[in-house]
Design a protein around this ligand. Sequence first.
Ligand code: ATP
Ligand code: MG
Ligand code: MG
Ligand code: MG
Length: 439
Amino acid sequence: MRLSRYFLPVLKETPAEAQIVSHRYMLRAGMIKQASAGIYSWLPLGFRVLRKIENIVHEEQIRAGHIPMLMPTLQSADLWRESGRYDDYGEEMLRITDRHDRDMLYGPTNEELITDIFRSHVSSYRDLPLTLYHIQWKFRDEIRPRFGVMRGREFLMKDGYNFDLTKEDALHAYNRHLVSYLRTYERMGLQAIPMRADSGPIGGDDTHEFLVLADTGESEVFYDSQITELKFGDREIDYDDRAQCQAVLEEFTSRYARTDETHDEAVFNQIPEDRRRVARGIEVGQIFYFGTKYSEPMGATVQGPDGKAVPVHMGSHGIGVSRLVGAIIEASHDERGIIWPEGVTPFHVGLVNLKTGDAEADAACEAIYAALVGKGLEPLYDDTDERAGGKFATMDLIGLPWRITVGPRGLKNGVVELTSRRTGESEEMSPEAAVERVA
Ligand code: ATP
Ligand code: MG
Ligand code: MG
Ligand code: MG
C-alpha cells in the first residue's frame, strides 16, 4: 500500500476524551472513529488489525475441530422468553420493536439462538460431539462505555457453543477451548492467564476468564507469580486426545489465579509471600460449562444409545475480538506509539522514502516495494512529500515491526537503514539484505 493513496487520518493532538493509552493511540493512529457512545467505525488501519485477529481466531478454532457459521445480530424475544432470560438480562439488552409490534433484540450473546438451531436439526447422540461458533457483532447497552473499543456497546465477539451427550464429553470440549485459547492469544503476542471466575448471567459451574495483565484493566486479579512463567509455545496438540487436553488444563490452572469475584484470601495466603501478586487485568475471553441450563428449558434433547431422550450438555466460549485490539496495545507500546506483535500487525514493514521525487530514491523504493510484495509481505510505503521527522513519527505511532529507510545519502554507498520498532536499533545494509531480514 502506498501512503499517498491510502486513508490514514493520523491526529497530531491527543483527543481529550481518551483516558487510556490504547484508546489514545487508536484515535491518533486513525484506526477508529467514534460514531456514538460505545459505537465505533473501524477505519482502514484498525480494520486490518481486526481482520488479522479474526483470522487467528478462525484458524485456531478450526484447528480444534470447531465449525464456523454465522448467526444474525437481531434476534426474536420469544426464544429468550423460553430460556427465561428475556426478563433476567436487564438493561444491558437493547430491545427493539418491529413494525408488526414484535419484540426483537440486538443479541448480547447467542445461547438461545444456537440452542434453537441445534434442537431443529439434531436428534441423535450419533451426531455428537458438535461445536459451532461464529464471529459476530454483539450489543450490550453498557452503563459506562469507555476506554474506546475495550468497553464498547457494539463489539465483535467470537462465541462458540458445544453440544455433548455427557458431562464428561462437555468437559473435554471445555478443555479443548482452554487449550485453543492459549494458542490463540500467544499467536497475538499476548500472555492471557486463565483465572477461575464467576459465571454471572450466563450461568453454570465451571468457568475460566482469560486475563491480560495491565494497569488499566478493569478486573482486580490475584495470582501466583509462577503462572507467568508458563508458555504454550509450539507444542503439538491432538484435540481429540482427552488426556493431553486435560494435562494442559492442569498445567495452566493448578497455580492460584483468580479474579476478585472468586478470590479466597485464606488460600492465597498459603502461597509463599514473594510469589503473591495483586494486579489488574483485561478480560479477553471466557469459557463456561453450564450443563443443561439451556437445553432443558428449551427442549434440546438427543436420543441416547439406549433410545431415551436426554438434554444435551452445553458450554459457551467467548473471545473479545474487538477488545483484543485495545488489549494488545495496552500490553505493547511505548511513549512514541504502538508496537504491534508480528502476528497482528496491520502491515509487516514500513518503507520510508526520505526524498520523494529524487529519481534514485524513488527507483530504489519501488524495487524494495516490489521485492517485499514478491515475498508475500504487506509493506506500507510512505511515498508522500512530508518531511523525514513527520514520516518517522507516523511510522512510530502506527507501530509496524520494521522500518526500511531509503535516502540519497545511503544509496550512494549502496545501503538503506533497517530499524526494529521494538528495540529501536538501526542497521545499515544493502536493500536486498533488508528485504531478506524482514521476510
Ligand atoms: P466484562 O466483564 O468485561 O463486562 P463479560 O464477562 O460481560 O465482560 P462475556 O459475556 O464473558 O463478557 O463475553 C466474552 C468476551 O467478550 C469477554 O471476555 C470480553 O473480552 C468481550 N466483551 C464483553 N463485553 C464487552 C464490551 N462491552 N466491549 C468489548 N468487549 C466485550
Ligand atoms: Mg459485561
Ligand atoms: Mg466479566
Ligand atoms: Mg466474561
